[in-house]
Write a protein of this length. Structure first.
Length: 364
């Protein structure tokens, strides 16, 4: 915990800074940033204020501004321990906010130059390698380093299991998930991942990401596709008929292009509302452990000029927010009206692109 009494701030600046910290602790990030900015108007040379400002900006979803604030903090020469934390958070902003995994790795490497004994740095470095750059073998090494430092890091055990699944080392993956569950028995993500690893261990070389499949339930007429090999054992929905069937698309027809662990597929949106999440009963099921069971809701609406479209709202229909939140075109938001070509990020390697299709476009 930050000892504010040790900061070289005037009494007025210190009072404002403490108000900012209190606001941030209550998730009032916008107000916290206002307080931090007032501190910096009085004393701009305190790296702790720039750092806390960056954290508030990152949690609010303003990743570019957060990185700029971290840079100001680093330029003021913080102690090595604090600098390591700043590089870690800077890397996380690049990875989880902007999806720039190479920049994230550079930040984590800078943090490791300051301390090689920080398990969160190794864990997040592993995440960038696994989920961003598809380098599971390198990721396993990072997770193992994290666990050598902190054997109780259940997230490192879980992610190590995911990397081992990618390497088809299923027995080792199951052992990793078991370690995670010993530490956190109620971790439903680890339970689900363990079940999938157990199924794959007896499934030969079949990989779901290469198969065409119906995706999601609750659709009446929407055609859904996953690109890839059509020599599949996956059962198609009854609504999906011959592969040569042509579907006409009206002008401005809303289309959602999903990319997740099962590949890429396109969904023509026709219903008034869709629930998105990893729950198999969701209207649009997102296959990823990083997605909440009920992550977001799409609701039909109309733009001012009469164009039908959708709004997307974080959380379930009862208003409970998702764990990771939503990024729409790189900005974290609670709700957004979609007007075409928006990129919606639900978590690492799970995203959707919203489009309004032109007249006479067809799909096979």
């Amino acid at each position: 915990m930050l000892d504010t009494g040790q900061l070289a701030l005037s009494s007025e600046a210190l009072s404002l800074f403490r108000q900012g910290l209190a606001a941030a602790a209550n998730a009032q990030y916008e107000q916290a940033i206002v307080w931090f900015d007032q501190v910096l108007e009085l004393q701009a040379g305190c790296y702790e204020v720039w750092y806390e400002r960056g954290l508030a900006l990152e949690r609010q979803g303003d990743y570019v501004d957060a990185i700029a604030s971290y840079d100001r903090a680093l330029s003021l020469g913080p102690a090595a321990e604090t600098a390591c934390e700043i590089w870690l958070d800077r890397g996380n902003a690049f990875q989880y906010g902007l999806g720039d995994y190479n920049q994230a790795l550079r930040c984590y490497d800078q943090a490791l130059k300051l301390s090689t004994h920080h398990d969160a740095v190794w864990q997040n470095r592993g995440n960038a390698l696994l989920y961003g750059l598809s380098l599971p073998q390198d990721a396993v090494l990072c997770y193992s380093r994290a666990l050598a430092i902190n054997p109780d890091n259940y997230l490192a055990w879980r992610n190590r299991g995911n990397a081992l699944v990618e390497l088809r080392r299923y027995d080792e993956a199951i052992a990793s998930y078991d370690h995670a569950l010993e530490i956190r028995p109620d971790d439903q993500v680890s339970w689900q991942a363990r079940l999938l690893a157990a199924e794959k261990s007896g499934a030969g070389t079949h990989q779901p990401t290469t198969n065409a499949a119906w995706y999601g339930t609750g659709f009446s007429n929407a055609q859904t596709f996953i690109e890839g090999d059509t020599d599949s054992e996956v059962v198609f929905a009854s609504q999906f008929t011959a592969a040569a069937e042509v579907t006409s698309v009206e002008q401005g027809q809303p289309l959602l292009i999903i990319e997740d662990d099962w590949g890429r597929r396109e969904i023509i949106l026709e219903q008034d509302s869709y629930l998105l999440g990893r729950d198999p009963t969701a209207d649009i099921c997102l296959h990823s452990q990083f997605v909440s069971r009920q992550h977001a809701v799409l609701t039909r609406t109309v733009l001012p000029h009469g164009q039908p479209t959708y709004t997307i709202t974080d959380g379930n229909r009862a208003g409970k927010a998702s764990t990771n939140g939503l990024l729409v075109n790189g900005k974290k938001c609670r709700t957004a009206t979609l007007t075409g070509e928006e990129v919606i990020v639900f978590g690492p390697k799970v995203r959707a692109t919203f489009r309004l299709l032109p007249l006479s476009q067809t799909r096979f």
